[in-house]
Design a protein around this ligand. Structure first.
Ligand code: 3HC
Length: 281
């Protein structure tokens, strides 16, 4: 997020809870910028370096929330998916941030209105939900609650467009659009695996080659983080116990505890001669 905003010319302050995490984030941004630079400035080492240096310079690292919050127009929170910790952060910065500052959460699954409830700026609060890897994925979900003002919504949308994202708007509902569809889909893939209907490799191959998805559902669950996928489902299940799509199955619990997603390969039969009845294609 910091990288994408800084690439589009914004001055960004990246705040982490400690210097170790900050250093790590800065290293990851540098690696990702180098990847982009290699593509944009092919065979031009000086151009690559200039790009990486210029964008990096627009990202100031900080571990001091209070001093950085005083001169910002937009806060994007992308911390741990824990409502209590999000509440602590937003209630601590609400009185320090300028009155016009918009607060946004990048939550994957929590309610924006519930996160905003501890602030006095519910009209200047919304969701900006990015997708991984952020520099590559074109989509940005913009979430408006019943309290988000038109002015705030328009400012969030203009920001999204200015950083090159395709923006869609969604009400403050569990998982918004993408995760509401994607998380039950990944969970269903784990159920297929659990029933022994197909191997993990075949489930992934099926959706890549049969539906054109860049990653299979189990590969994607691994990429998003099995623990994250599990955490989202568990949270929704607690809130909406009657929704069958939000049920957490035992294999997901087991996979999370073991950190596994892949099963062993199966043997195959070889085919030499083929007979086809009808079809014509
Ligand atoms: N920074 C910059 N560029 C990156 C990058 C990064 N971190 N990661 C990948 N790229 C670029 C590569 O340079 C490459 O560019 P090129 O094609 O122009 O050379 C391109 O992206 C593709 O990367 P790779 O060739 O390394 O690998 P793949 O072709 O296998 O693509 C992928 C990797 C983009 C991750 C692709 O597999 C994909 O789109 N997967 C699906 C991702 C997805 O569904 N994300 C959403 C997850 S849900 C979510 O985030 C919501 C949250 O709330 C849970």
């Amino acid at each position: 997020m910091s990288q994408v905003a800084a690439t589009s010319g914004y001055n960004v302050t990246l705040v982490e809870v400690n210097s170790g995490l900050l250093e790590n984030a800065q290293k990851n941004i540098k690696k990702s910028l180098e990847r982009v630079a290699k593509k944009q400035f092919k065979d031009n080492d000086a151009g690559q370096k200039k790009f990486v240096d210029e964008v990096s310079q627009r990202i100031i690292g900080s571990v001091d929330v209070k001093s950085t919050i005083k001169s910002t127009d937009l806060v994007i929170e992308a911390i741990i998916e824990n409502i209590k910790i999000k509440h602590e952060l937003f209630s601590s910065i609400d009185s320090l941030a300028p009155a016009h500052t918009i607060f946004a959460s990048n939550t994957s699954s929590l309610s924006i209105a519930e996160i905003a409830s501890v602030t006095q700026r519910k009209d200047r609060f919304g969701g900006l939900h990015f997708f991984n890897p952020v520099p590559v994925m074109k989509l940005l979900e913009i979430i408006r609650t019943a309290d988000t003002s038109e002015q705030t919504y328009n400012a969030m949308k203009s920001f999204g467009e200015s950083i090159g994202k395709a923006c869609i708007t969604c009400k403050d509902t569990p998982g918004f659009v993408v995760n509401r569809l994607l998380v039950p889909y990944m969970a269903e893939a784990v159920r297929l695996l659990e029933r022994g209907d197909a191997s993990a490799r075949d489930i992934d191959t099926a959706m890549k080659l049969g539906a054109g998805y860049p990653m299979g559902p189990l590969e994607l669950a691994d990429y998003v983080g099995l623990d994250t996928t599990h955490h989202i489902l568990k949270g929704w299940n607690e809130k909406f116990p009657d929704e069958p799509l939000f049920k957490v199955n035992p294999m997901l619990e087991k996979l999370v505890s073991e950190g596994k997603t892949k099963m062993s390969k199966e043997g195959s039969l070889s085919v030499k001669n083929v007979t086809i009845f009808g079809g014509g294609q």
